[in-house]
Design a protein around this ligand. Structure first.
Ligand SMILES: *Cc1c(COP(=O)(O)O)cnc(C)c1O
Length: 376
């Protein structure tokens, strides 16, 4: 038998989540597929969204080229823009749009010759202070870009630092800062990440940029948990119990003897570890679904396996199906238990077998996605 650890990717759930993002935001929405589609396989996700998504976004040019070479057409925005003249050239060759956040990047476009005009998005630093032109520089940067033959349409974008916090007023301040900086300059606007799309209707403009919500995680916890407005988990990280032992009270389990039994305890061994992307620092009690019922993680997560307390699930045993996260155990719950965010968990999944399910096509994407995992 092959090792049962795998990531099952539900492309119908991805399409549902995209449609929800678009319905909430209005206008158009880019599907953010950076970091190999947040660990889900960017090519498979892009293909599943063809004909539905208004466009795509990735972090850097090589991620965009991978999609183009896989036959993905439609707009692709490179969110960090060009790192080099080669990147700018490749963007032109692959007809991708570039974010421009610094004068170094303007100079790259200045050196770009004999290409079709590129669409660019001028990034405004509206308060996050990570990347982007200051409000005072916007008009100047726009004028410089507009003068370049290699530059076509110029859009304006910014990024939120705290949109996942409903109680923070920083997002409102960032929207106001952006609006004042951009003024009446012509061109499309894009402000919202997932948290903005869900929680900040005044920030919704021409284009949303939906990332984590596409994969079923609601960063601010603001959406309903059930019904048409609920997100659906796209990845199910699953495995099986492959050994069980019973220990008396007072016995340690796993590295560091972190967790010690307090009663007669049936311990199930799961084929999943931190080398697969399950967080090593998940504490005892982190929920694991075993044959559809929740059981507490017990003992430190090792590289290739982890242990779960099955004492209260007497029917569970060798061969029982385990879900580490998915529809039964929200990835956000595991992330919270481990002091992490869902983004980190999803991006970290590796080594496990990936399989794709979709109602319309029994996906040829699996092999493409595997190729991509090799790249990651
Ligand atoms: C990653 C990213 C997004 C998507 O963010 P989510 O929180 O995953 O929706 C949007 N915009 C930019 C600039 C990004 O880098």
């Amino acid at each position: 038998m092959t090792r049962p650890a795998r990531a099952l990717i539900d492309l119908d759930a991805l399409r549902h989540n995209y449609a929800l993002a678009r319905r909430l935001h209005g206008g158009q929405v880019m599907a953010v597929l950076k970091a190999n589609g947040y660990g889900h396989g960017s090519i498979a996700c892009a293909r599943a969204l063809q004909g539905l998504a208004d466009g795509y976004a990735v972090a850097f040019m090589q991620e965009a080229s991978l999609l183009r070479m896989a036959g993905i057409d439609g707009p692709i925005l490179v969110l960090e823009g060009a790192f080099s003249d080669d990147d700018a050239q490749e963007a032109a060759r692959h007809d991708c749009a570039l974010v421009v956040h610094s004068d170094v990047q303007i100079e790259m476009l200045q050196r770009l010759r004999d290409t079709r005009p590129l669409q660019v998005w001028l990034k405004v630093d509206s308060g996050m202070h990570r990347a982007g032109f200051t409000p005072a520089q916007v008009e100047w940067a726009h004028a410089r870009l507009r003068a370049l033959p290699a530059v076509g349409e110029i859009g304006f974008m910014t990024h939120f630092a705290r949109a996942d916090e409903p109680a923070s007023d920083m997002t409102t301040a960032q929207v106001a800062c952006f609006d004042a900086a951009v003024g009446a300059l012509p061109g499309p606007r894009s402000l919202c990440n997932s948290a903005g799309i869900v929680g900040w209707s005044p920030a919704r403009r021409d284009w949303g940029r939906a990332g984590i919500m596409l994969y079923g995680s609601d960063p601010g916890g603001m959406l309903p948990r059930e019904g048409e407005d609920a997100l659906r988990a796209v990845m199910t990280l699953q495995s099986e119990i492959f050994a069980v032992r019973t220990l008396p009270a007072g016995e340690p389990v796993g590295y560091g003897a972190r967790d010690v039994t307090r009663r007669d305890t049936r311990v199930g061994l799961i084929a999943m570890g931190y080398a697969d992307g399950y967080p090593r620092n998940a504490p005892a009690g982190t929920p694991v679904a075993v044959d559809g019922q929740l059981a507490p993680l017990f003992g430190r997560v090792s590289m290739d396996m982890m242990t779960v307390d099955l004492t209260d699930l007497p029917q569970a045993g060798v061969g029982s199906k385990v879900e580490l996260w998915g529809a039964q155990v929200p990835v956000d719950r595991v992330a919270e238990a481990a002091g992490m965010i869902s983004y980190e968990l999803l991006c970290n999944v590796k080594r496990v077998a990936f399989s794709y399910v979709s109602s319309d096509a029994p996906v040829a994407a699996a092999s493409a996605a595997r190729g991509q995992h090799a790249l990651a």
